[in-house]
Design a protein around this ligand. Structure first.
Ligand SMILES: C[S@@+](CC[C@H](N)C(=O)[O-])C[C@H]1O[C@@H](n2cnc3c(N)ncnc32)[C@H](O)[C@@H]1O
Length: 251
């Protein structure tokens, strides 16, 4: 009896790991949430049961607690449970909390890392998060906490790092993020790229500057890349803007 916390990657099924595919094929139960692509779920065996625990924005605060309890119950009842999580389970996926709850209940748990949108989304837009002579590091943060009230992230320090800033869950708070970074000293003309639905057929990329981010529409799911590399276009620009539909097509 094991619950496997499996990274499903950013969407494109070809970015699953071989281990993720094997575990899906062997699973008795697949527990999944909102961002997992249907083509990934289709890889499970015909006998597998599916449990949708998708949280929608604005869901009650205790919904993660209920998910933990369901995982424990499923882990006690079935031999192989795959808990699929978008991207990597331990990158803003609450996989750590689920692993702790399962271990506390005496249920075996393992983790299968996945390709995180934090690096996949910039890459698909032709943006290397590090680039020799331009950016020697990158920091991944969430905008989910309201940056105008949340003290846990030091936005002033982030503004001064001089490396690439990758913001997840920023769809509704991009403007507040920009305001805090500019207040912290980041120039308003810092390049920004918003990569939406990365690796999926409807992928699109919006290039802008930090000062214009508050008036730039940011759909969900998006990764916001802030820093000099956001102006880079190391892939064919037409293909990078149009995404995987054309990138995978024969010439
Ligand atoms: C709850 S976090 C989970 C992150 C995930 N564990 C990972 O490693 O990618 C959800 C956020 O990931 C980002 N995201 C996930 N999939 C994405 C995609 N295909 N394109 C753009 N952003 C994505 C968005 O910022 C979204 O709000």
């Amino acid at each position: 009896m094991t619950v496997h916390l499996v990274g499903a990657g950013p969407g494109d099924p070809e970015l699953l790991t071989l281990k993720a595919v094997r575990l899906l094929e062997e699973a008795d139960v697949v527990v999944y949430d909102r961002l997992v692509d249907e083509r990934v779920l289709a890889l499970a065996a015909p006998w597998a049961r599916f449990v949708d625990v998708g949280k929608v924005p604005g869901a009650p605060a205790d919904s993660q607690q209920r998910i933990n309890e369901r995982l424990v119950a499923l882990g006690r009842r079935f031999g192989q449970v795959v808990r699929l999580k978008g991207g990597d389970p331990f990158v803003f996926g609450r996989g750590g909390e689920e692993a702790e709850a399962l271990r506390a209940a005496g249920i075996a748990v393992d983790v299968v890392p996945g390709v995180s949108s934090a690096i996949a989304a910039p890459a698909m837009a032709g943006i290397p998060v590090t680039l020799r002579g331009v950016s020697s590091g990158f920091t991944v943060v969430t905008a989910h906490q309201d940056p105008s009230t949340d003290d846990r992230l030091d936005w002033g320090a982030l503004a001064r790092l001089g490396t690439t800033l990758v913001v997840l869950m920023g769809a509704s708070r991009a403007g507040a993020v920009a305001d805090r970074l500019i207040a912290g000293g980041m120039p308003a003309d810092t390049p920004v790229a918003v990569v939406t639905s990365a690796t999926l057929p409807d992928q699109h990329v919006t290039r802008t500057e930090l000062g214009a981010l508050p008036t730039t529409p940011v759909a969900s799911p998006s990764v916001i890349v802030i820093g000099e590399v956001a102006a880079a276009r190391v892939l064919d620009p037409v293909l990078a803007e149009l995404g995987p539909t054309l990138q995978g097509a024969p010439a």
